[in-house]
Every structure is written in C-alpha cells, then in structure tokens.
Design a binder for this molecule. Structure first.
Ligand code: B1M
Length: 212
C-alpha cells in the first residue's frame, strides 16, 4: 500500500531519490496523481513552509526540499495531464522589472504548480508590458508579482497600471509578495491580494479564484 506520509517526509528531508522512488511506487500501485500531489508532495512542502516560517528551516533546506518535490512532480505531471485533471487556473509569475531575486519567486511557482495550477514563469526583471503580453498570450487567471527590493516595489504598481491601460485588468487577479511587501502596500497599489510566503500564496490563489 502506497505510503503518502513517507512521501511527504521524504520531501521534508529533501531526499530526491526517495521521493522519486515513492512517487513511482504509488503510481505503479494505481494511486491517483491528485492524491500523490495533495496527500504527499504538498503535505511535505506545507510542512517545509511552516518550518521556514518558524525559523526551523533555512533557505538551503527549503531549496533542497523544493528540488525533491520536483522529482515527484516530474513523475506525476504527465499523468495529471493524461487523466484530464483540469488545472485550477493559470498563473503568470515573475519578479518585477529591475529586480533579479528569484529564489522566493521560484518557491512560490513550485508551490503553485504543486497546488494544481498551471504556472507560466516569466523569470526575473519582467517589464510591465511583458506581463500584459502574457495575460493575452496565455489567458492568465492570475498575475503573480514578486519583488525583493524596496526600489522595485513601484514596478508592481506600474505593472497593475499597464494591465489597466491595456484593458485587461478586470479579467485577471493580481497577487503580490516578497520580503519588503505588506498587506497595506498591496492595497495601496490596487492588488487583489498579498501573500507573505509560498504556502500562503497557494491559499490566496484559491481564494482569489473562488475555490475552496
Ligand atoms: Co539581494 N538584497 N541584492 N541578492 N538579497 C536583499 C533582498 C536585501 C534585503 C539584503 C540586505 O541588504 N539586507 C537587500 C534589499 C534591501 C532593500 O531593498 N530593502 C538586497 C540588495 C540591496 C541587493 C542588491 C541591490 C545588492 C547590490 O548589488 N548592491 C542586488 C540587487 C540586484 C537586483 O535585483 N537588481 C542584490 C543581489 C542579490 C543576489 C544576486 C546576490 C542574490 C539573489 C540571487 C537570486 O535570487 N537568484 C541576493 C540575495 C540571495 C539576497 C538575500 C540574502 C536573500 C533573498 C532570498 O532569496 N531569500 C536578501 C536578504 C534576506 O532576505 N535575508 C537580499 C529567501 C527567499 C526564500 O525568501 O525571497 O523573501 P523571499 O521569498 C519568500 C517570501 O518573500 C514570499 O515567499 C517566499 C517563500 O516563502 N514571496 C512571495 C516572494 N515572492 C512572492 C510572491 C508572491 C507571494 C509570496 O505572490 C506573487
């Protein structure tokens, strides 16, 4: 019988080989890909997020765990597509113009993927117009903006303004995050939501799209 708790623990321990072995074992036993993601990989990453928030884990452990989670996702992803499980939504994520920090953004992207969203990663130093193009090209449900510098936070507002100027603001939700951000700043620039960390970002995406 597939042990999804052990899979979650292997993610927490950052044991990439064990994650791959257990995920493949679960697939071979006929466990559905959604269960493998929701009851194994995500449970593990949620705990990693909790430990990071509580200063029990630091960045290297988080990245090693995220890499391990990806080893599981690599096995499960093709099956999710095959089984016709609809993504919960499409998210375009990027670090805003002028900002090259991508560790947190990558964690958020991975957690959203693990949470069942299709994620279009626009990478770093993304100008407002590139977010607008992505909304049109990929029919995004959510635009997710990350910033780590106080000097690049205004680029989030520029991006929201560019979405409005292009006439696409009403059709997408905008979520923002990054170490220097606050809920108050998110409100001030007209974002739809702010998440302080990667685990909360998944919850927020669900709330913004009206899912449970
Ligand atoms: Co830079 N850097 N950095 N840096 N760097 C900071 C951010 C800084 C606080 C360091 C300091 O001075 N104490 C400071 C910013 C000061 C400020 O603006 N107030 C700073 C500076 C000044 C700079 C440079 C200007 C330095 C220089 O060249 N003089 C320069 C800028 C380059 C540029 O971007 N144009 C620079 C460069 C770099 C490196 C390239 C060396 C490297 C980045 C490598 C990379 O990302 N590939 C780097 C790093 C690593 C850091 C620190 C040390 C760590 C950032 C990090 O990855 N944290 C950082 C100091 C610190 O934070 N202790 C610092 C771990 C990561 C998991 O957390 O990114 O916060 P974080 O993401 C979290 C949440 O914020 C949230 O979820 C994540 C996971 O829980 N989150 C979201 C993030 N995005 C989200 C989006 C969401 C929701 C949640 O929804 C869309």
């Amino acid at each position: 019988m597939a042990d999804l708790q052990a899979l979650a623990e292997a993610v927490i321990n950052g044991d990439r080989d064990e994650v791959a072995r257990l995920a493949q074992g679960a697939v071979d036993e006929g466990v559905g890909p959604e269960s493998i993601v929701n009851e194994g990989l995500i449970i593990g990453m949620n705990e990693v997020g909790r430990r990071f928030k509580a200063n029990e884990f630091y960045v290297p452990e988080v990245l090693i765990a995220a890499r391990a989670m990806h080893a599981g996702m690599d096995i499960v992803k093709p099956l999710l597509t095959e089984s016709g499980v609809e993504p919960r939504g499409t998210v375009g994520i990027g670090t805003v113009q002028g900002d090259l920090h991508d560790i947190g953004k990558n964690l958020v992207a991975m957690m959203l993927e693990g949470g069942g969203y299709e994620v279009i990663d626009l990478e770093v130093d993304v100008p407002p117009d590139a977010f607008v193009s992505a909304v049109n090209e990929h029919s995004l449900d959510i635009v997710a903006l990350s910033a780590l510098l106080t000097t690049t936070m205004p680029s989030m507002k520029d991006t929201i303004d560019a979405l409005a100027a292009a006439g696409v603001r009403d059709g997408v939700k905008v979520m923002v995050g990054g170490a220097p951000l606050t809920e108050a700043y998110a409100e001030e620039i007209g974002a739809d939501g702010y998440a302080p960390d990667a685990a909360s970002a998944v919850d927020l995406a669900g709330e913004l799209l009206g899912a449970s």
